[in-house]
Design a protein around this ligand. Structure first.
Ligand SMILES: [Zn+2]
Length: 283
């Protein structure tokens, strides 16, 4: 099946889909990092490309077809072979776009691959009424297993960490120690409201405080633009506020009042409405 173009998708779907994402490029020694941030419709989700001297490593593949397709075209424009795709966790905004990378080996932690293989179809069924043809119809699951520890691709060291108790049940965090980069993905949202599905923030906060003891020049988030250590400190503050707000709230309106009141300039407050369905049930 050939991928549909953004125009074809836009014609067939009921929702309005701004096609263009925002690309940021960070040059480091022996490495360029490209970040593609989706527009609001797709919760500002980030896909990254780690461009080594001769290869590309893609991290996460977008939620909606127009953005996944545009991101793939951007990767192809760099004119280097894609060595692999890495999927950091099983939430749909990070792997639905894998259908555009079926020609590339797709890697993930075993728990993440199992989550997509076992739960992917249900996720597609849940999102189809909202996004119609703008999401994938089939599960493209990772087939290569990442084990925590250090790997090397084209001379660049990647340290893989399996993190429990964060934004998803299991999140992959990648450290690039030689370039002083932390690819935290959804452990950090940068100036975007956070998807919350639990009331206990202790384990998540403990991981963030541990990263704050490191020394990174850049911190790459799963939602929101690339940042530095400040994004870690901001995320700690946000989750501490959220923990208090969750303890004092019995519904999503109250939760939003707390968090939007404290963070009025953060984007994507509708992500809190989505969170409310998980926290308080209902539609
Ligand atoms: Zn996400």
């Amino acid at each position: 099946m050939s991928p549909r173009t953004a125009e074809e998708v836009a014609r067939k779907t009921a929702v309005v889909l701004p096609a263009a994402g925002t690309v940021t490029v960070i040059p480091r020694d022996n490495l360029r990092i490209h970040t593609y941030e989706a527009p609001e419709t797709a919760v500002f989700v980030n896909s990254h490309i780690l461009e080594t001297e001769d290869r590309l490593i893609v991290v996460d593949t977008q939620l909606l077809r127009p953005h996944a397709e545009e991101f793939r075209r951007y990767a192809d424009s760099l004119s280097k072979p894609i060595d692999r795709v890495i999927i950091t966790h099983s939430h749909p905004d990070h792997w639905f776009g894998c259908e555009y990378f079926r020609d590339v080996p797709i890697h993930a932690l075993a728990e993440v691959a199992d989550g997509i293989t076992g739960g992917g179809e249900a996720m597609i069924q849940a999102y189809a009424p909202i996004f119609g043809d703008a999401i994938t119809e089939t599960v493209t699951a990772p087939e290569h297993v990442i084990r925590p520890g250090t790997g090397t691709v084209d001379g660049v060291r990647l340290v893989y960490e399996k993190v429990d108790g964060g934004e998803a049940g299991v999140n992959l965090v990648i450290e690039l120690p030689d370039q002083r980069v932390l690819l935290a993905q959804d452990m950090v949202y940068n100036r975007v409201h956070v998807f919350l599905q639990q009331k206990e923030m202790g384990p998540w906060l403990a991981h963030l405080r541990r990263y704050l003891e490191g020394e990174y020049d850049f911190v790459l988030s799963g939602h929101g633009l690339p940042a530095n250590m400040q994004a870690l400190a901001d995320m700690v503050g946000y989750l501490e506020t959220a923990e208090t707000a969750l303890a004092e709230s019995n519904d999503v309106e109250s939760l939003k009042k707390h968090l939007v009141g404290k963070y009025p300039l953060y984007r994507g407050d509708y992500i809190l409405d989505i969170s409310g369905r998980y926290l308080y049930g209902g539609e």
